[in-house]
Design a protein around this ligand. Sequence first.
Ligand SMILES: [Zn+2]
Length: 307
Amino acid sequence: MRVFHSPKYTADLGEHVMPIRKFDLVRRALEEQALALEFLEPAPATDEDLLRVHTAEYVRAVATGEPRALAESQKFPWSARLAEAVRFTSGGCIAALYAALEDGVAGNLASGFHHAHADHGEGFCTFHGLVVALERARHDGRLERGLVVDLDVHYGNGTASLLATRPNLFALSLYGSWYKANTASRDVDTERAPDTDNSWSVPVANGTDGAGYLALLEEHLPRALERAKPSVILYQAGADPYREDPYSPLDLGVTDLYERDRRVFEAAKRAGIPIAWVLAGGYTKDVSKVVAVHANTARAALEVFGA
Ligand SMILES: [Zn+2]
């Protein structure tokens, strides 16, 4: 399985709640497990790629650092290195999507950054790698319809807002329903967009355990596949639904999240739809737990698809 990663994904954020070095740690953990993975470096996303999804003013702000408030709207300190890093993480989404179209499955060791909007960032998300990748593939004539399966604990508000003008792209977001009350993540717009014909959200009740979560997934994922009829799935595999995560109101263990991943991959395989997985949120203080959940996503993909 091809997995995309680059040391350039990481910028120095100083002391920050976002453990951005986890991208490198997940790579190392996967190498230590000697799995059947081929690690590749992606090309960075181009201006053209970004401008299909983001406004020129915002892309320029992130590139130059000015105006600073806009360049830092995702709540990261701006640096030239950060401006480069967010091009590479989006490039990784593009590369993983293309590899999945060829091989059936592929991964990117960075987030899809589902809180990013057209004209600003939010919640540690600068550019929306998932929609950037889908729009690139649509532009290249490689796909008609795509589905984002977002199992980060936060609602994918950036995805929903970007999909409002993109009827051929679809999103399913299962999220922790304390969202509005979660003052710890108030950097993210807590007003959920209403569901539309192509963007669906499922609130998961506080305290939901593995069995309850998997039942919701089994209920809503087939429905999303049926309605979206996608030619590719982008799977945003958040580590922040984990029970020890400061943002999580759910009672999910590492094994539950592995089972979550396995079921998403099985559904894709059963339907014959290529799937590219990416990482997402994960803020547990003991970063080794975050790394374990993310590394398990690769293991689940290999278990379902083989090498
Ligand atoms: Zn999250």
